[in-house]
Ligand binder design. Structure first.
Ligand code: AMP
Length: 442
């Protein structure tokens, strides 16, 4: 149980005032665990997901440290650097820092897809915190527009995603440019082998803090699956959306193309929806998010990577129009609802080609999901055919016509498996997973 208060965590008075104003009354579990060691200048290895309050967990000690410094940051330098995998997450971090850091805090967002010159001009004056995606930051370092030699704090947020997105070299290069006297915090939703290796290289005797074990789903989210032919998914979606209880809905598709198609069909079917994915400009993505967050638009269609770190309150329903290639993304997706103790519903539409992916999800969350509906798929009527089922590889049971859900006790079967077994399985599957991830574009 977490009985601490922000005062007992050792935060200074000016920050306590800002927390009060922001409505943060008690620290979340990750904040209670991560803030005290960081105030004592320790490195942190944090296992926590978006929604856990991790931004304030690494942000508050930095704000407290900056408040102790006198004078202004020197030109072309930053006191703290926060790296995030996506632009949306970076923008959210910036918002939280300003909410808690007051008006005197200077920050710059260094993001691809937005004006380089505006970023360079702000950095030229010297800045308290740079929040950046790794690619653009390396550009500015290479062009000598930013020096990191005076940077005292480095944060790697959602490190697992940064690695998934191929940022390992930029991240290492950036860390090397800061030097070893920095204080470093690395946060990740999962502790895959690659993340552990990165952490071992960058952190100095870190304190490991964990808010929630990896790959568990939030207890307050009701989860269910609707079996459906792929051609019937549109109709199923319309049926679901006819229910006014679905007040604020995020729909996930696997690819950019799929997200566009779903959004287009929704418009044709009379539903107002906004879409975000990597092909959209930064402004279009922010506008879509704003419309959704304000309640002006009921539905947001998103891909996994574009949706990383989205923190919109009161999402009542998550609909997986397609299952993710990587089961872990299921956990991230459904975590968009049921935030901060609220209830939420996650509904997954699963067609005949996706059964294996559904089993991967159930194995990961160690639960069998309740299922309704049936698959009327015109394909997969010939289980003996040698042609692989829609490119899904040699998984004949996944393609059996109208098969009852295979391994109904899949969850139970794996429920005895210890975390280590699951972690081992994840690591063992690594080459395939990384290939799959490259296909998931956002
Ligand atoms: P994060 O995991 O950092 O994305 O935070 C998730 C949400 O929780 C954000 O909307 C924060 O503003 C909010 N939040 C973080 N810490 C607290 C807290 N101690 N009390 C109330 N809300 C919080």
């Amino acid at each position: 149980m977490n009985h601490s208060t922000f005062t007992t965590l050792g935060l200074p008075a000016n920050i306590l005032g800002a927390l009060d104003k922001a409505g943060f009354k008690t620290p979340t579990a990750i904040q209670a665990k991560a803030i005290p060691p960081q105030l004592q200048r320790r490195d942190i290895l944090g296992i926590a997901q978006t929604g856990s309050g991790k931004t304030a967990a690494f942000g508050l000690p930095i704000l407290a440290g900056i408040a102790e410094l006198t004078g202004r940051p020197n030109p072309m330098t930053t006191r703290a650097l926060i790296l995030a995998p996506t632009r949306e997450l970076a923008v959210q971090i910036d918002e939280v820092l300003h909410k808690l850091g007051g008006t005197r805090l200077s920050t710059v967002l260094v993001l691809g897809g937005t004006s380089r010159n505006a970023q360079i001009q702000k950095i030229a004056k010297g800045v308290d915190v740079v929040i950046a995606t790794p690619g653009r930051l390396v550009d500015l370092l290479d062009d000598k527009k930013l020096r990191l030699n005076e940077t005292r704090w480095l944060v790697l947020d959602e490190a697992d995603r940064m690695l998934d997105m191929g940022f390992i070299h930029p991240v290492r290069k950036i860390a090397a440019a800061i030097g070893p006297r920095r204080q470093t915090a690395l946060f990740s939703a999962t502790m895959a082998k690659e993340v552990a290796e990165l952490a071992a290289g960058l952190l100095n005797d870190p304190v490991r803090v964990e808010a929630q074990p990896p790959a568990t789903t939030v207890g307050t989210i009701e989860q269910r699956v609707i079996l459906s032919g792929s051609k019937q998914k549109r109709e199923e979606l319309n049926k679901l959306l006819a229910d006014p209880a679905l007040q604020r809905v995020i729909i996930f598709s696997r690819t950019k193309h799929g997200a566009d198609r779903v959004a287009k069909n929704l418009a044709v079917d009379g539903h107002e929806a906004a879409a975000i994915h990597g092909n959209k400009s930064q402004n279009a993505r922010q506008a879509a998010l704003k419309g959704f967050a304000s309640g002006a638009v009921r539905i947001l269609v998103a891909t996994d990577i574009a949706a990383r770190g989205i923190d919109v309150p009161n999402i009542t329903h998550v609909i997986n129009y397609e299952l993710p290639d990587d089961a872990e993304n299921y956990v991230h997706r459904i975590g968009r609802t049921g935030r901060n103790g609220a209830s939420g519903v996650a509904i997954t539409l699963c067609d005949g080609t996706e059964r294996a992916k559904l089993r991967d999800v159930e194995r990961l969350i160690r639960r069998t999901l309740p299922v309704s509906g049936e698959i009327k798929e015109p394909v997969a009527t010939q289980p003996k055919a040698k042609v692989p089922h829609r490119g899904q590889g040699p998984k004949p049971e996944g393609g059996r016509p109208n098969a009852q859900r295979p391994q109904r006790n899949a969850g139970r079967h794996f429920s005895g498996a210890k975390k280590a077994a699951i972690a081992g399985q994840r690591q063992g599957g690594k080459p395939q997973r990384s290939r799959q991830k490259q296909r998931v574009t956002a």
